[in-house]
Design a binder for this molecule. Structure first.
Ligand SMILES: Cc1cc2nc3c(=O)[nH]c(=O)nc-3n(C[C@H](O)[C@H](O)[C@H](O)COP(=O)(O)OP(=O)(O)OC[C@H]3O[C@@H](n4cnc5c(N)ncnc54)[C@H](O)[C@@H]3O)c2cc1C
Length: 401
């Protein structure tokens, strides 16, 4: 069956775009290579800008019924000093907080809302392996499923298949790689009711340790220098456990829950951006167009903003002509490139000027002057809250049912 749009990848970008297109009466299929959304950590933060979009779509109240945590102020600990670094309570939106929710719950929720529309098809365990061309125009996707290989032919292919996008490779779209000085080791440690409240990041002894409260366990991320895993393995697990206990002493013997290297997942950090996000018959959005650093935890939200901008521009074009011209696709890149560039530039500056230095240092740390001022003056905390919570050039849903 030829549909109007084939979205490759059921992450935040792909699921939101699928939902928005289906809601506007556009026939869309979303191909997702996994059998469910339940897998490794992929970011848990739903920012006020995304909550506002859910509100515009009339699904915020249902979303907030799902188990989640609402964080109104972001705190961090540098050495012995705990500081409030961002205060979301003054943002000019309905939801003045970050919602922390496991990403699989968020994606399941979007899938549930999208399935209501007969124009929506979600094809799980369907892995895109390449593109089909007619001359220089992309006309479809080669797909591997449990029952074999097939081709789907659609009017427009959207690559929303994340940072290792095969779609952008197959389309010959070239990313500019900005590099990243770090990777993240991800692990779980049980949580006790007597543990301190959520302090997002602990910075000390040349380490950065992130802890997300997931109810009965902490989802922990240890930021390590890029490609350092082999060296860390050579030092051994006991040394790693000791590092973690030193930076978060309240964990005590619970660090022994990290029993083997299998309990630790390496998340590689990558920051890049396509020079051109489209070609005839194809568009890339989300991490497939611009892989985001975890700095600021904004990637999911940027992916959602891309999806909203793409739907706002695509729906009128698809309704009118049944397809999207290169001029239409170029308009989407133009709309989203500047906010992406601004945020990535900020992430790269933080990576190179702060994270790189922290990881290269040893011994106890104390907050630099700028951070101390930020922590001490409540008014200033609104600035990072605005940048992180709402981003820049915020999108609103302009296409309806
Ligand atoms: C260590 C780390 C921590 C992060 N933490 C946060 C955070 O806390 N908050 C935040 O907002 N962002 C965070 N990010 C960034 C965030 O994960 C991404 O920016 C965001 O997930 C991008 O969404 P996406 O939909 O574009 O891509 P993805 O989330 O990568 O989704 C792509 C989807 O496509 C599917 N797929 C891939 N290939 C194929 C294929 N060939 N065929 C079919 N399906 C395919 C994948 O299975 C996946 O479901 C973090 C990144 C890293 C590296």
């Amino acid at each position: 069956m030829t549909l109007q749009v084939c979205v490759v990848g059921g992450g935040p970008a792909g699921m939101m775009l699928g939902f928005l297109l289906a809601r506007s009466g556009i026939n869309v299929r979303v191909l997702e290579k996994h059998s469910d959304f339940f897998r490794d950590f992929r970011g848990d933060t739903i920012h006020p800008s995304t909550l506002e979009i859910l509100d515009e779509l009339g699904i915020l109240d249902d979303f907030l019924k799902l188990p989640h945590q609402e964080v109104r102020q972001l705190t961090g600990q540098i050495g012995d000093t705990t500081l409030t670094l961002a205060d979301f309570t003054h943002l000019p939106v309905r939801s003045k907080f970050l919602a922390f929710m496991p990403q699989w719950d968020f994606l399941d929720f979007l899938a549930g809302k999208a399935r209501v529309y007969p124009t929506f098809k979600l094809e799980m365990e369907s892995e895109a392996t390449g593109l089909r061309f007619d001359g220089d125009r992309v006309t479809g996707v080669r797909v591997k499923t449990a029952s074999g290989e097939a081709e789907v032919l659609d009017q427009l292919v959207v690559g929303a298949d994340g940072r290792r996008s095969i779609i952008r490779d197959a389309a010959g779209l070239q990313p500019e790689d900005f590099g990243a000085p770090m990777d993240v080791l991800w692990m779980r440690i049980s949580r006790q009711p007597t543990d301190p409240g959520q302090v997002l990041g602990r910075v000390d002894y040349g380490k950065i340790f992130v802890m997300l409260d997931r109810g009965d366990y902490w989802q922990c991320g240890l930021v390590v220098p890029k490609d350092a895993l082999e060296e860390i393995k050579q030092r051994g697990l006991p040394a790693l456990r000791a590092d973690i206990r030193r930076i978060a002493p309240f964990l005590g013997d619970r660090v022994d829950e990290i029993k083997s290297w299998d309990d630790i997942k390496l998340l590689t950090v990558q920051v890049d951006r396509l020079r051109k996000w489209y070609r005839k018959g194809l568009l890339c959005i989300g991490d497939a167009a611009h892989a985001m650093s975890p700095v600021g935890g904004v990637g999911i939200n940027l992916a959602i903003q891309d999806a909203v901008a793409a739907a706002n521009i695509l729906v009128p074009a698809l309704r009118e002509t049944g397809t999207a011209s290169e001029a239409v696709l170029e308009k989407i890149q133009k709309r989203r490139e500047l906010p992406t560039r601004v945020i990535q530039d900020g992430q790269i500056a933080i990576q190179n000027n702060i994270i790189r230095r922290v990881l290269a240092s040893e011994g106890r740390m104390s907050p630099p002057l700028l951070i101390r001022i930020l922590g001490a003056v409540p008014l200033f905390r609104r600035i990072p809250a605005r940048l992180v919570g709402l981003g820049f050039r915020r999108e609103h849903v302009t296409v309806g049912r």
